[in-house]
Design a protein. Structure first.
Length: 256
């Protein structure tokens, strides 16, 4: 890692200890800011470390917040970009772990769209999103399936209902991938080029988004009061819902 001349604080990644911070001296302000963002000084290693088990996204946010505070105070900060790389996704035995591709994040690809003029180039970006091994669509489908499995592990009616709901969402994501693949093929054969006098993409208003109905209130209520390993058994139960009038016909459940 190439550091700027005499940084006041340097953030890096230790293979065993995770995200670490080193300071140029023991100025109280440096210690105060790092502790504010949950770093603790290790006397043995002479660096600041986050608590064991800190999630990757939490660590990245802690580094970003501390860096902003140091820079606002006029201090020089050096950060190893490897901090941004998430840990590998656990895989079953015998399955090769997936390689992280930071340049294929949706944020990076969306930014790339603003610089493109040819239809074929946009098709190339869509192809990266649809990539079988590293595409964002497949990643999203896997994430939702994993979230569904987590809900089902609660082994409660609310957890099972939410799990089924999420698996339906994952099915819709797969369907979305098919539709994007159709658009990608159409763009790849279009000879069109954006005119030189076309307005910047950032100035083109986006269409209003369709508001998708949320999970049923019943599912939310069940999940809130259901027993789980993290929920103390002595918490009071939720009050019973008032019986519905038999004169009013129930409204049909909205489905996606």
């Amino acid at each position: 890692m190439n550091l700027p001349d005499n940084p006041d604080v340097a953030f890096g990644v230790h293979p065993d200890l995770g995200v670490a911070a080193a300071v140029v001296d023991d100025r109280p302000h440096l210690d105060k800011v790092l502790r504010k963002h949950h770093f603790r000084y290790s006397q043995d290693r002479d660096v600041y470390l986050l608590p064991d088990g800190t999630p990757h996204n939490t660590a990245v946010r802690a580094v970003a917040a501390a860096t902003r505070e140091f820079q606002d105070a006029g201090l020089c900060v050096a950060t190893n970009p490897r901090i941004m790389l998430p840990p590998p996704i656990p895989t079953p035995d015998g399955v090769t772990a997936r390689t992280t591709q930071p340049e294929q994040s949706l944020t990076a690809l969306t930014g790339e769209l603003h610089e493109l003029r040819r239809s074929a180039d946009v098709a190339g970006v869509l192809e990266q999103i649809l990539d079988e091994h590293h595409g964002a669509v497949g990643d999203l489908e896997e994430f939702i399936d994993t979230a569904a499995a987590w809900c089902e592990r609660l082994d409660t009616p609310g957890g099972r209902e939410l799990g089924q709901h999420l698996r339906t969402v994952a099915h819709h994501v797969a369907f979305l991938g098919d539709r994007l693949a159709d658009a990608q093929l159409d763009l790849s054969v279009m000879p069109d080029v954006t005119p030189q006098d076309a307005p910047p993409l950032a100035d083109v208003p986006l269409p209003k988004r369709y508001e998708v109905p949320s999970v049923t209130h019943t599912a939310r209520a069940r999940a809130a009061v259901a027993s789980s390993p993290k929920r103390p058994a002595d918490l009071p139960a939720a009050p019973e819902e008032a019986p519905h009038s038999t004169a009013a016909s129930p409204s049909p459940r909205r489905t996606r």
